[in-house]
Write a protein that binds this ligand. Structure first.
Ligand code: NAP
Length: 295
C-alpha cells in the first residue's frame, strides 16, 4: 500500500523496461510486511526509472531532493554514476562499476553487489578454490564481477578468454592498480580446448545462448567433451533456463549453475543494505521463477 510516508527505491537504466528487479524487490517488501504487525510495516516501493545518459546528473540531483533512499544501476550508467558519488566501496572500485547506491550523511555511496551475487551459489559447494582453476569466457562488464569474485575466492589460476586481443589487454591492464590482488591470464578462443580440460570452474559471461538465440553455445560440442565431469559450469544468462551451454555441461556430468541465482542474490544484498534487515531471498527467487514460467 502506498501511503503519505512511502519511501522510494528503484533501478535506473536506459532502457529499463526489461528489468526484473521491480518484481523481485516489491515481492520481498510485501512478504516482509505480511509477517509484521501494522505498527512495524516497512513503507517502501521499488520503481523503474528510465534515465537517458544525458539526464543522469539532473536525475541524481532530483533523487537527492525528493528523498529517494537507494537505487540499483544498470546499463548504461554503471560507470557514469561513479563521479556523482561521495563514496565508492573497494569492491566497486575493483570491479570498476557500481550497481547499488545508498544514502549516507555525506551523500550517495556506491557499491557493487554483483560480486556477492556471483559468489553466493558457488559458496554452497564445499571446495577449496585455492587449488582450483577458473576459466572465464568473455571480457565485458559482467566478467569484471566474475574475475573479482574468483580473486576473492583465491583461485590458483584465473584465465580469461576473449575475441579481441586489444580488449583483453586493456582488461588485464585495468586490474594492475586494483584494490583486490587480481592475477589473470588472457587468451584468445584458440586456447579454449587446452584450457577447458584444466577448468574446475567454467563461466560463460558472453551473451551467446541468450534468448532468442537459445540454440547457440559459446563452446562447441567437441570442445565441451574435454570438460572434467567434476567441474562447475556457470552461465550468467538466465533466459533460457537452462541454456544450451548448461545442457552441454550436464551431459558431461558437470555441475550446472544458472544466472538466475546471481540476479536474485545481487538484489537481496542491495535490499539488505537499504532496509538494514535480512530479506526473504526465497520470495525474491520464487517471484522471478514464477514470472519466467520455471515454476
Ligand atoms: P558486455 O559488457 O557487452 O560483455 C559481453 C562480452 O561477451 C564481451 O567480452 C564480448 O566480446 C563477448 N561476446 C559477445 N558476443 C560474443 C560472441 N558472439 N562470441 C564471443 N564473445 C562474445 O555484456 P555484460 O554486461 O558483461 O553481460 C554479459 C552477459 O551476462 C549477458 O548475457 C547478461 O545478461 C549476463 N549478465 C547476467 C547477470 C546476472 O545477474 N545473472 C549480471 C550481469 C550480466 P567483445 O568485448 O569482443 O565484444
Amino acid at each position: 500500500m502506498i501511503t503519505g510516508k512511502t519511501k522510494l527505491l528503484g533501478v535506473i537504466g536506459y532502457p529499463v523496461e526489461h528489468s526484473l528487479s521491480p518484481l523481485m524487490h516489491n515481492a520481498a517488501i510485501q512478504a516482509i510486511n505480511n509477517q509484521k504487525n501494522q505498527q512495524n510495516l516497512i513503507d517502501f516501493v521499488y520503481l523503474p526509472f528510465p534515465i537517458k545518459p544525458e539526464d543522469l546528473n539532473t536525475a541524481i540531483a532530483g533523487f537527492s531532493a525528493i528523498g529517494v533512499q537507494g537505487f540499483n544501476i544498470t546499463i548504461p550508467h554503471k560507470q557514469a554514476i561513479i563521479p556523482l558519488l561521495s563514496e565508492v566501496s573497494d569492491i566497486a572500485q575493483a570491479v570498476g562499476a557500481v550497481n547499488t547506491v545508498y544514502r549516507t550523511n555525506k551523500g550517495w555511496a556506491g557499491t557493487n553487489t554483483d560480486v556477492t551475487g556471483f559468489l553466493a551459489p558457488l559458496q554452497t559447494y564445499n571446495w577449496d578454490s585455492h587449488q582450483k582453476v577458473a576459466v572465464i569466457l568473455g571480457n565485458g562488464g559482467a566478467a569484471r564481477a566474475v574475475v573479482a569474485g574468483c580473486a576473492q575466492l583465491g583461485f590458483a589460476e584465473i584465465h580469461v578468454v576473449g575475441r579481441s586481443i586489444e580488449k583483453l589487454a586493456a582488461f588485464e591492464q585495468s586490474w594492475v592498480n586494483s584494490p583486490l590482488p587480481v592475477n589473470i591470464k588472457i587468451h584468445n578462443w584458440d586456447d579454449l580446448p587446452s584450457l577447458i580440460a584444466q577448468a574446475d570452474l567454467l563461466v560463460n559471461t558472453t551473451p551467446v545462448g541468450m534468448y532468442p538465440n537459445i540454440q547457440e553455445s559459446p563452446v562447441d560440442e567437441a570442445i565441451f567433451e574435454r570438460l572434467s565431469p567434476g567441474a562447475i559450469a556457470y552461465d550468467l544468462i538466465y533466459i533460457p533456463n537452462p541454456t544450451k551451454f548448461l545442457q552441454q555441461a550436464q551431459v558431461r556430468g558437470a555441475i550446472a549453475i544458472d544466472g538466475l541465482e546471481m540476479l536474485v542474490q545481487q538484489g537481496a544484498a542491495a535490499l539488505e543494505l537499504w532496509l538494514q534487515q535480512s530479506v526473504p531471498v526465497d520470495v525474491m527467487r520464487n517471484s522471478l521463477r514464477k514470472h519466467l514460467g520455471l515454476i
